[in-house]
Design a protein around this ligand. Structure first.
Ligand SMILES: [Zn+2]
Length: 385
């Protein structure tokens, strides 16, 4: 087995020539192996590179026993020389994010002795799990030092120490590796075992922003974005803050306070509405009087709770069915109650006759009908027992 030479050890190789060493037919197309490739395969929490080989789209890249296979739609002749091109618009932001994550975890390791227990890179950003708790102040400190590493524009390099050399080197390791360990060194900030492509100098990363931190399995999960992704995120947040600020007529740095005032005002109004609804319901209840047959009350300004309260009081005074109705968008909301008639059974014919839906318990049902006031009154009079 000839192991593929990894050209992505130099993260800046965007184009390369190489020789086809294998081409296997599979259900989804062809798997092509090259003597050397700059395509990073799926692995270590990062997705495979995108790009082309001789202009043909590379759909996926996977490593099997040291050989990197490119999934393509057409056959390549073994022994032929091909040209690979990496989609830089996908790769470069990933390198910014990945190298940024190394710095953040390296700084957390130096300051607090924490290990990295998880890593995932997706469209949402990067999550990095650390082995211990962090306060808001700790996180801001890590973020500041990580950005200082960017401003210092230090070198990022990778190397493969021998097994005996490895024993003498103190490094962060995300995987339990024993041989062919690739160490990524960020001068003065981090040394970590990693197989992915990285930027060559920290200045290429741009902003490193820790967006959130939360407790996770006894440690901390950080969500971060770097470089172009951090810039895009900043733009989205600025637009959102501007829109809220304009809507509330509040200064951008005072919108949190303005929202709190709005919430307090809403709570006060909710309380007022509840009080008024209660008063209205009581007004209907006061007018009720005893009846032998079915009774209908049209309480258009009552809400669902109000209808129920009116029916609770009304059904005690009524030998038949007591119904309360409130006008709704396409007809009426209803609540029916009775102490003598099983309404679970009655609901079926009531809904069928009046274009309704709803149900409930034998003593009370709720729902809505599309029928008008006259039809409702007519039906309840006709069904009087
Ligand atoms: Zn890494």
């Amino acid at each position: 087995m000839i192991i593929t030479e990894r050209l992505y050890d130099n993260g800046h190789i965007k184009e390369f020539n190489s020789v086809v060493t294998k081409c296997k037919k599979v259900d989804s197309g062809f798997l092509v192996a090259l003597a050397a490739t700059a395509f990073f395969p799926n692995g270590g929490g990062q997705l495979a590179d995108e790009g082309t080989i001789d202009g043909i789209a590379v759909k996926d890249v996977n490593e099997i026993d040291g050989v990197i296979y490119h999934s393509v739609d057409c056959e390549f002749e073994v022994g032929s020389t091909v040209r690979g091109e990496i989609d830089w618009s996908v790769r470069f932001p990933r390198m910014q994010n990945h190298t940024g994550e190394h710095i953040v975890c390296g700084v957390a390791h130096k300051l607090f002795g924490y290990e990295n227990t998880g890593f995932h890179m997706g469209t949402f950003g990067i999550t990095a799990d650390l082995s211990g708790p962090l306060t808001e102040e700790d996180v801001r400190k890590i973020e500041l030092i990580a950005n200082k590493a960017v401003f210092e524009n230090v070198a990022v390099s990778c190397f493969y120490p021998t097994e005996s050399e490895l024993e003498t080197i103190n490094y962060r390791s995300k995987l339990e590796l024993t041989e062919d360990v690739r160490l990524v060194k960020i001068e003065g900030y981090d040394l970590c075992a990693c197989c992915a492509p990285h930027v060559l100098r920290t200045g290429e990363i741009g902003l490193i922003k820790i967006l959130s931190h939360q407790s996770h399995r006894g440690g901390t999960r950080l969500l971060l974005k770097c470089g172009y992704d951090a810039l895009e995120d900043y733009c989205v947040r600025c637009a959102s803050v501007s829109a809220v600020s304009a809507s509330l007529c509040a200064k951008e740095n005072e919108i949190a306070q303005a929202v709190e005032q709005l919430k307090a005002e809403k709570a006060r109004l909710d309380f007022e509405i509840e009080k008024l609804n209660k008063e209205k319901t009581e007004k209907y209840i006061r007018r009720l009087c005893a009846s032998e047959g079915n009774v209908c009350v049209f309480a258009d300004d009552a809400d669902g709770d109000g209808l129920r309260e009116i029916v609770n009081a009304g059904k005690e005074l009524c030998a038949g069915i007591f119904g309360a109705f409130a006008a709704a968008e396409n007809g009426y909301k209803y609540c029916l109650g009775s102490k003598n008639i099983n309404l679970s059974v009655f609901a079926k014919q009531f809904n069928a006759a009046l274009g309704g839906r709803g149900g409930g318990k034998p003593e009370m049902i709720q729902g809505s009908v599309t029928a008008g006031k006259e039809e409702i009154l007519g039906f309840l009079t006709a069904t009087e027992q």
